[in-house]
Design a protein around this ligand. Structure first.
Ligand SMILES: [Fe+2]
Length: 424
């Protein structure tokens, strides 16, 4: 609810910005706007597919160039068209799509207005290059910084409200995605200068780097398939040692991904969650079969062996370069909010949010699927247990979203057969 109110506020603010930008823009060149919108949509699509949605750097270059060439109105229209087309098949609720458009409209409008106030003219409409190139460069850089900062602030606000994470932890995540922005700003300035000096047709020169990017994407895609095959092999190796966990990792991955989606996490984080959930119990490979499949309670020694599995998993995955970013999640899937978990006894937000999400999904599936050492709980019983476990064990916010997702049918546990085994 808070996220929706925030989104509507941003959408309202963007409407006001739009009103002033349209009123204050005497010149508008349709060809410029169409050319930049097409370029921006192509770069955004490439960027999303290439980098899993984690980067908008290339599209940022095009937005900035549009602002510098055509003023705030050009930046606003290009950014809004790109955002709407990027979300066209996303299935996101409309308030979230309009929030994405709205925050870009405000960022572009503020960047364009600051550029204009600092003496920067819309380069596409002036006869000669600026008299003082240093002053122009300063105005262009100010526009870039303002655009990026406002954009980051709005996105951080949405993430804080959606996930309940602290502002500090969200800002550190958001800033980790903005490392490429200085280079992207420079590229935006170069594109603007190129078009101002040589004309709009020279925008076609940019096709060469995009073709190279496409080639890189195809290589990346092949690499991703290989990575996924490796993950599947590791999961199959685990499931071969313990028939009771068969299907468990896939269900945990599906639940955790849906929960992360509901909590508003981005594609890169969702991919990390999915892979970490698939591999969360890979450390159990090191356990003896008698311990893993024991139908009765474990002895103290056996339990202390079992407690080593997150660290064993971290050691296994830490050796694989492309799995490095999921290692901390796998290592902390048995931590507890009150610090009584293992292996490190992390407390609250010291545990990565993605790991807290996996822990909830893992707990739910452990209760609703058949294990060697206990019988199966119904969905209603499992929900009650999850809610009880918010008293120190599980993150209450994750549980709240999980239960809401169950009630909304976004998370669908498989129907159980009479013997407690899941049907699917
Ligand atoms: Fe585990």
């Amino acid at each position: 609810m808070r996220t929706q109110i925030y989104s509507y506020l941003v959408i309202g603010m963007s409407g006001v910005c739009l009103y002033f930008v349209i009123g204050g823009s005497p010149q508008l060149d349709l060809l410029l706007i169409i050319a930049f919108s097409v370029l921006s949509i192509v770069t955004e699509l490439l960027s999303q597919r290439l980098l899993g949605g984690g980067s908008t750097s290339l599209a940022f270059s095009v937005y900035l160039a549009a602002v510098l060439l055509g003023g705030p109105i050009a930046g606003v229209i290009v950014a809004a068209a790109t955002s709407l087309s990027a979300d066209i098949y996303s299935g996101k609720p409309w308030y979230r799509r309009l929030f994405n458009v709205g925050q870009l409209v405000i960022s572009a409008a503020a960047a364009g207005t600051a550029y204009h106030q600092l003496g920067g003219e819309a380069l596409y409409f002036v006869e000669a290059p600026p008299d003082n190139s240093f002053a122009w460069f300063l105005a262009a850089i100010t526009a870039a910084v303002l655009f990026a900062a406002i954009n980051a602030a709005f996105v951080s606000g949405a993430l804080v409200l959606a996930t309940g994470e602290s502002i500090r932890s969200v800002l550190s995540d958001v800033f980790s995605y903005t490392k490429g922005l200085p280079l992207a700003a420079m590229l935006g300035i170069v594109i603007a200068q190129l078009v101002a000096i040589a004309g709009l047709p020279y925008l076609l020169l940019l096709l060469a780097p995009f073709l190279i990017a496409r080639q890189t994407f195809m290589i990346y895609q092949r690499q991703q398939h290989t990575y996924m095959d490796t993950v599947r092999s590791l999961v199959a190796a685990l499931e071969a040692t313990d028939p009771y966990t068969s299907g468990h990792t896939q269900r945990v991955a599906a639940y955790a991904r849906s929960l992360g989606e509901r909590m508003g996490l981005g594609d890169v984080e969702l991919r990390r969650i999915e892979w970490a959930a698939l591999l969360h119990d890979i450390g159990k490979i090191a356990l003896k079969n008698e311990t893993l499949c024991k139908p009765s309670s474990l002895t103290e020694d056996e339990y202390s062996e079992v407690k080593k599995h997150p660290q064993v998993a971290a050691n296994i995955l830490g050796e694989v370069d492309f799995l490095g970013d999921i290692t901390p999640l796998v290592a902390s899937h048995h931590e507890r909010m009150d610090g009584k978990g293992y292996p490190l006894g992390l407390v609250g937000e010291e545990i990565p949010l993605a790991a807290r999400i996996i822990t909830v999904a893992d707990a739910f599936d452990a209760m609703t699927s058949c294990r060697s050492y206990r019988s199966t709980a119904s969905v209603e019983e499992a929900v009650l247990e999850l809610q009880k476990a918010t008293d120190g064990h599980l993150d209450p916010r994750c549980v709240e979203h999980f239960v809401a997702a169950l009630n909304a049918g976004i998370i669908n546990p498989p129907r159980l057969k009479a013997d407690g085994e899941p049907n699917a």
